[in-house]
Design a protein around this ligand. Structure first.
Ligand code: ZN
Ligand code: ZN
Length: 471
């Protein structure tokens, strides 16, 4: 039996079980009416058969392509988002602009000179500085970020530092990313302090391909890096480690044109389905529309755009709007520091109390397996019930005290907006994340449709409920 056949069958079975279930608990003030449950189930059935989510990702990644934050391409993507919202019939479509500093990658060349010559597949990390001239230097090996942190001030003058670490292990939850990410985020703080000419970092990812993973660095106090910082692929980092262990002396030539190019404008695209009874109350879903520039940002985060826009669109085709407003936000400039997320939370600071709940899809397009939440007690019961309704499509209830609805949600969550999250299987995510391999062919349309089904049902049920979710 195929995946989708199994889903349809299990949905049919669950519809049968709803009728007996509702008779039992009618006296206990069930969170949802029979009609609401049936509507949610119908939404899931429709979503599983719909190609809309995939079509949206295909359009974004093909017609716009890569969408570096603050670039002309990101601007075209924002216009694309506005057009899409109008075409799909959202009640209100707007764009909220903000200003941001623009970092451009430029050309990079990295060559291993000794013990033998080989071109390395490297990528600059976001925020890295340009090399004034070609750097030719020996490489000092550090086993991990802790070893680099222990380097004495000034001890790396005239050298290039290489910080190793471990290849990320593939996992459903993406566990290990936060820790591994330290070498990418703050490795340069230590390399600069020790006087290095440049820093090379083992990619933060699980890929065994000869692709480097890019990503943003963290400021050092108020300052960005003053040296070039580049990532190399896992296989090249393995090679560096073996050569180091053999006692070979490593040296490289490196030139990089990465630099900050002043202030530009970016923005968030906002698509609203206005609620029929409580239009001021907002159920917010979103994804980020910018991407790194080495792939086409299909998995990160074109998928999230496709999933959330398609889910809201399917809800918009119901005979009646849900009670509350459903808002889809396409966040700009996420990759370079959640700038769209911060801009949204600031612009809507006076109205965040009207945001019932917020969540973002930003972990690829593999099947959703778990629903977690961070809402008040009464609303937890409601989320428990939603998880039951989602169970036919393979979703289980996870923690009820898990804050954080996704990266762009953090700034509003910090100001008290309740969150839920539909967790995707992230097993392949860090193979593709921030690499040239992040392209449309990596998305399985059936799995993406399951995501749309989960979002459509969940968001419909919350938007058509009266339950307050604030802690
Ligand atoms: Zn992302
Ligand atoms: Zn990303």
């Amino acid at each position: 039996m195929s995946f989708s056949h199994r889903l349809v069958l299990s949905i049919a079975l669950s519809v049968l079980s709803f009728s007996s279930l509702s008779q039992q608990s009618a006296a206990q003030q069930a969170p949802f009416t029979q009609e609401q449950k049936e509507t949610a189930t119908q939404l899931m059935e429709t979503a599983l058969k719909s190609e809309l989510g995939f079509d949206i990702v295909e359009s974004l990644t093909t017609e716009i392509g890569p969408r570096l934050a603050g670039s002309e391409a990101e601007k075209r993507a924002l216009e694309w988002g506005v057009e899409l919202g109008k075409e799909l019939g959202f009640d209100k479509v707007s764009i909220e602009e903000f200003t941001m500093p623009f970092w451009d990658r430029g050309h990079l060349h990295l060559l291993m000179n000794t013990p033998y010559k080989q071109e390395l597949h490297a990528t600059a990390l976001g925020g890295a500085a340009t090399s004034e001239k070609e750097i030719e230097a020996s490489v000092v090996y550090f086993r991990d970020i802790h070893a680099l942190a222990a380097a004495k001030d000034g001890s790396l003058k005239g050298k290039v530092a290489f910080v190793d670490g471990d290849k990320m292990v593939k996992s459903q939850t993406g566990a290990g990313y936060g820790q591994a990410n330290q070498r990418r985020r703050i490795g340069y703080h230590h390399a600069e302090r020790a006087g290095a000419e440049a820093l090379i970092v083992r990619s933060v990812g699980s890929s065994s391909h000869r692709f480097a993973h890019t990503g943003m660095m963290s400021k050092n106090g108020d300052n960005w890096a003053t040296i070039p910082v580049v990532a190399i692929s896992n296989p090249d980092a393995d090679q560096f480690r073996r050569l180091h262990n053999l006692g070979e002396s490593l040296s490289v030539s490196l030139s990089s044109e990465s630099k900050w190019k002043g202030d530009v404008s970016s923005g968030n695209v906002i698509l609203d389905l206005i609620g029929s009874e409580k239009p001021e109350e907002i159920v917010l879903i979103g994804a980020h529309i910018d991407s790194w520039d080495n792939g086409t940002g299909a998995v990160d985060d074109g998928a999230g755009i496709g999933i959330t826009v398609a889910a809201a669109t399917l809800i918009s085709r119901l005979p009646k709007r849900p009670k509350r407003t459903i808002r889809v936000v396409m966040f700009g400039a996420e990759e370079v520091g959640l700038l769209g997320g911060f801009a949204y939370a600031e612009k809507h600071a006076d109205n965040l109390h009207n945001h019932v709940v917020a969540t973002e899809s930003d972990f690829g397009a593999q099947t959703i397996w778990q629903l977690v939440s961070n809402v008040n007690e009464e609303a937890t019961v409601l989320i428990d019930e939603i998880a039951k309704i989602l169970s036919p499509i393979g979703i289980v209830r996870g923690g009820s005290d898990v804050p954080g609805g996704g990266p762009d949600i953090i700034p509003m969550q910090q100001k008290g907006v309740p969150t839920i999250r539909l967790n995707q299987n992230g097993r392949d995510y860090f193979d593709l994340h921030h690499t040239p391999d992040d392209t449309l062919d990596k998305i399985n349309p059936d799995e993406l449709a399951q995501n749309v089904a989960a979002y459509a049902a969940t968001i419909y049920l919350i938007a058509d409920s009266d339950v307050n979710m604030k802690q």
